[in-house]
Design a protein around this ligand. Structure first.
Ligand SMILES: *Cc1c(COP(=O)(O)O)cnc(C)c1O
Length: 230
């Protein structure tokens, strides 16, 4: 077995283990392989091994890879920081945009999707800065409810839930942040009387804990593709 195939097998086993530990069905957890800085050939390898969802961080890099891999039926996810002037390049091309972190970006995505999505909506997640870190993007937990409301009222946006990147701590120290994120989601759902399908949280180092705390999407790079080339 090649390395990527083997890594995927191990990760799927770990996803199943942690899901079962939390009394969850492993099938409700979507694995997104994060391929930033890795060549398209590696994505092709992962696809052949059964990985259908791929996350990219940089618009130009992602579009180039889409072109190179257009013979494959990949679900592309945009997981990077999205600048407003790049919104027109991503709408309609990514199955899910994970990192929407301001009202301005939200409104721009809505406007661009009206022009470019052929009547479809763009699915998005709002990024929450759950650790309140100053250096990090994401909206503060206190603004999450109002932005959720705004997102749900936009005609070309499909609000699917939240994404978070917790402070870089060891897995057990990250657990309270993942838990806080799930509680915030549940609180907003109760207040607005809605159900949001997704919580995108957990990376190579901590996806097991994230699953135990309610992640429905994990974004895994290094543990699938190896260390990123510089
Ligand atoms: C790079 C990246 C990942 C993957 O990180 P790994 O530690 O390599 O698994 C996940 N999410 C986001 C937003 C990233 O930028």
């Amino acid at each position: 077995m090649n390395e990527i195939k083997e890594n995927l097998k191990i990760i799927k086993e770990k996803i199943a283990f942690h899901a079962q530990k939390a009394g969850r069905n492993p099938d409700e957890i979507l694995l997104v392989g994060v391929s930033k800085k890795h060549p398209a050939t590696k994505i092709r390898e992962a696809y052949k091994a059964g990985l259908k969802d791929i996350g990219e961080n940089y618009v130009q890099e992602a579009l180039a890879k889409m072109k190179e891999l257009k013979d494959l039926d990949i679900n592309w996810h945009f997981i990077g920081r999205l600048q407003r002037n790049k919104a027109k390049y991503v709408v309609g091309k990514f199955i899910l945009i994970h990192g929407v972190d301001s009202e301005k970006v939200l409104l721009t995505l809505n406007n661009q999707c009206e022009k470019r999505c052929g009547g479809n909506k763009q699915a998005i997640l709002l990024e929450i800065n759950i650790g309140g870190e100053e250096t990090k993007g994401g909206i503060s937990p206190s603004e999450a409810e109002i932005l959720t409301k705004i997102a749900m009222e936009l005609p070309y946006i499909q609000m699917q839930g939240f994404m978070t990147i917790p402070p870089p701590l060891e897995p057990e120290k990250v657990r309270p942040y993942f838990r806080k994120m799930r509680e915030l989601k549940e609180e907003i759902e109760a207040k607005l009387g809605v159900q949001l399908p997704h919580l995108s949280m957990g990376m190579s180092a901590d996806f097991g804990v994230a699953i135990e705390e309610g992640a429905t999407i994990v974004r895994i790079g290094t543990a699938i593709f190896g260390p990123r080339p510089q």
